[in-house]
Design a binder for this molecule. Structure first.
Ligand code: ATP
Ligand code: MG
Length: 596
């Protein structure tokens, strides 16, 4: 993963500003509404003082009083409306930013390689899609709060200055002093928030595992362990959340304490001035009101600061995702792959996952168009990995894979994907209707085509027995329906049939079928393979009846390549596998043993 520079207060604010720039109209209205409040806040204090002044100089005329009061009320109302409009606009702006960022993050995730997802926990991705994005929302909002607070502060400071420059200075001099502890507390907030994020991620993981592993948990009575783990992580989360909040509150407290000193000093010095007749008491009163009013936006600023400090870890994660380089980018000169390649050639290909041992080791082999290849070997030999490399889900650690002489790295990956269909060992279906799942690669396919594919995959009858037929929604949802793994595999086979791609990968595609269904699907699979370049991984050698050549892998190396008969004669491992399966009671295996 690329190292991403951690966010700071400044970069967080820049991010907020950038988000605003993406919605200039909303942002401008928001800022205007917000700014007006600051000015109006100052005006209220000023108007109050004028009214008080009128009281003491010319006696109180009802007309003057009414005028003054209306003036104050008018400004007050205007300010209240400014708050309403500002808040509403801020919600719109912030939610826009959040939803847009989600789209951006998802779009980015879809460009990242399989590797990225192997390294990220599910909990982490749930955090990124929700909690972390709230961080972006809140920094956007905070930019508004900062503008508002500063504008109010400025308005009030100007008024205080006009009333008495000396006292204004005394009253406000404390503020900078309060900033020092606030800053150091901010670092603690970020540290606590970072640990809280890690704990939350683990908790999400626990919940997600309860969902996917509930059967295993129940049968092995793993409830206590799950609860115990969640309790430990939860305690950790609790501690860090409290730490985070406490540092924020402490920052407020220290600022308020300093502010109190300022206020009392102004009262004393100002009181003395009034006593000496240097200052009107109305001015002192106005000044005190202004100073007290100053503390509200100042405290807001501190709260905002604490909040930004606590979302920095979330911003960091979003940054890391957005800046992650897809590690399998197309080369700049990537070529299209207009049709099925005539040859697929592996030249001394070796591969290791991350820093692990070699999973594939010096594989050199050439496949030809229209050829069907069986891939066999013990579990963990590297069969699925070989297929993943042919699909360029990973690049070889060394060596090259060539399509018609062109390195896969120089072929547009999207084109390669268009030419390939795949049925996986662990079939995956979307929470959607069966029809849509079969249409996966060809959303425009007609229902007739879908049905034809389903028939060929021997799943049509199963589908018709379901209440909603092809419109049955699959998956974990209240209105979703479960299907067996074998049914899932046949739906995946139907989707591959419909995709009609020239290169086909079947990774244990029929391993979850009983022998009868397997033989029925086998017919479909053989029809599917006809005329295509097909790679078929199978543990049950009986399913490889129709393939042209069989590749035998053992611990990442090729130990045999040829027809069934050739391998029986030359490859010890193959003979061993074959003999062990010929004694199986599986009727499929016996039948073929009889044929051979
Ligand atoms: N994502 C991964 N990260 C790290 N190591 C992996 C990963 N996937 C597989 N491996 C390792 O690579 C080796 C080969 O795995 P692979 O899945 O290719 O085996 P296979 O031949 O398909 O086995 P099976 O018949 O059980 O499906 C194994 O030792 C496995 O532990
Ligand atoms: Mg496998």
């Amino acid at each position: 993963m690329t190292a991403v520079k951690p966010n700071t207060l400044v970069t967080a604010l820049k991010l907020g500003l950038r988000s605003m720039r993406r919605h200039p109209g909303l942002a401008l209205m928001f800022l205007a509404a917000t700014l007006s409040q600051g000015v109006l806040q100052g005006l209220i204090v000023w108007a109050l003082r004028e009214v008080l002044r009128a009281f003491s100089s010319g006696g109180v005329s009802l007309a003057a009083l009414t005028l003054g009061a209306s003036l104050v009320f008018g400004i007050w109302l205007l300010r209240a409306f400014g708050t309403f409009a500002g808040e509403l606009l801020s919600v719109r702006l912030a939610r826009r930013v959040e939803i847009d960022s989600m789209q951006q993050v998802l779009a980015k995730l879809l460009t990242l390689s399989v590797r990225f997802f192997e390294r990220s926990s599910q909990g982490d991705l749930v955090m990124a899609s929700y909690t972390d994005l709230q961080g972006i929302r809140s920094v956007t909002l905070h930019v508004g709060t900062i503008v508002l607070s500063i504008s109010r502060l400025a308005g009030l400071a100007v008024v205080a200055w006009l009333l008495s420059p000396k006292l204004a200075l005394i009253g406000l001099v404390g503020a900078p002093l309060g900033v020092v502890p606030v800053y150091s507390l901010g670092r603690r907030i970020t540290a606590a928030a970072r640990r809280a994020r890690e704990a939350t991620e683990k908790l999400y993981d626990s919940f997600l595992q309860v969902s996917s592993g509930i059967k295993v948990i129940k049968v092995n009575r793993g409830e206590r362990a799950v609860l115990e783990h969640a309790r430990t992580v939860g305690e950790n989360l609790y501690r860090n959340l409290v730490r985070d909040a406490r540092s924020g509150l402490l920052a407020r407290f220290s600022l308020e304490a300093v502010a109190g000193v300022g206020l009392v000093t102004v009262l004393m010095v100002g009181g003395r001035d009034v006593g000496r007749g240097v200052l009107e008491w109305q001015s002192l009163l106005g000044l005190l009101i202004a100073l007290m009013a100053v503390y509200a936006p100042t405290l807001n600023l501190v709260t905002v600061y604490a909040s930004i400090r606590s979302v920095i870890p979330n911003l960091d994660r979003i940054d890391a995702i957005l800046q992650a380089l897809p590690d399998l980018r197309d080369a700049a000169d990537a070529r299209p792959l207009p049709a099925a390649p005539r040859t697929i050639e592996l030249q001394d290909v070796s591969f290791a996952y991350d820093d692990g041992d070699r999973v594939l080791d010096g594989i050199t082999v050439t496949f030809h168009q229209g050829e069907t290849i069986g891939i066999v070997g013990p579990s963990g030999a590297g069969k699925s990995t070989l297929v993943a490399l042919l699909l360029r889900l990973y690049d070889p650690t060394s060596g090259r894979i060539l399509c018609d002489g062109v390195d896969l790295r120089h072929i547009r990956h999207a084109d390669l994907m268009d030419r390939c269909a795949i049925v996986l060992q662990e079939p995956f279906l979307f929470v959607d209707t069966i029809a849509q799942n079969i249409r996966l690669a060809r959303p425009e396919a007609s229902l007739e085509e879908v049905v034809a594919a389903a028939r060929a995959a021997n799943i049509h009858d199963d589908i018709m027995r379901m209440e909603h037929g092809y419109e049955t929604v699959l998956g974990r949802r209240r209105d979703g329906r479960g299907v067996s793994v074998g049914q899932k595999q046949r739906i995946a086979i139907a989707a591959a049939l419909l995709k009609n791609a020239p290169i086909l990968f079947l990774d244990e595609a029929t391993s979850n079928l009983d022998s009868v269904s397997e033989r029925a699907v086998q017919g479909a699979v053989e029809r599917l393979m006809a005329g295509r370049t097909a790679f078929v991984i199978a543990h049950r050698l009986s399913t490889l009846r129709a393939v042209d050549r069989i590749l035998v892998l053992e611990r990442g190396r090729i130990v045999g390549l040829g027809s069934h008969e050739e391998l029986l004669a030359t490859c010890g491992l193959y003979r061993q596998l074959w003999q062990s399966q010929s004694f199986d009671k599986a009727p499929g295996a016996m039948a073929w043993a009889g044929d051979a």
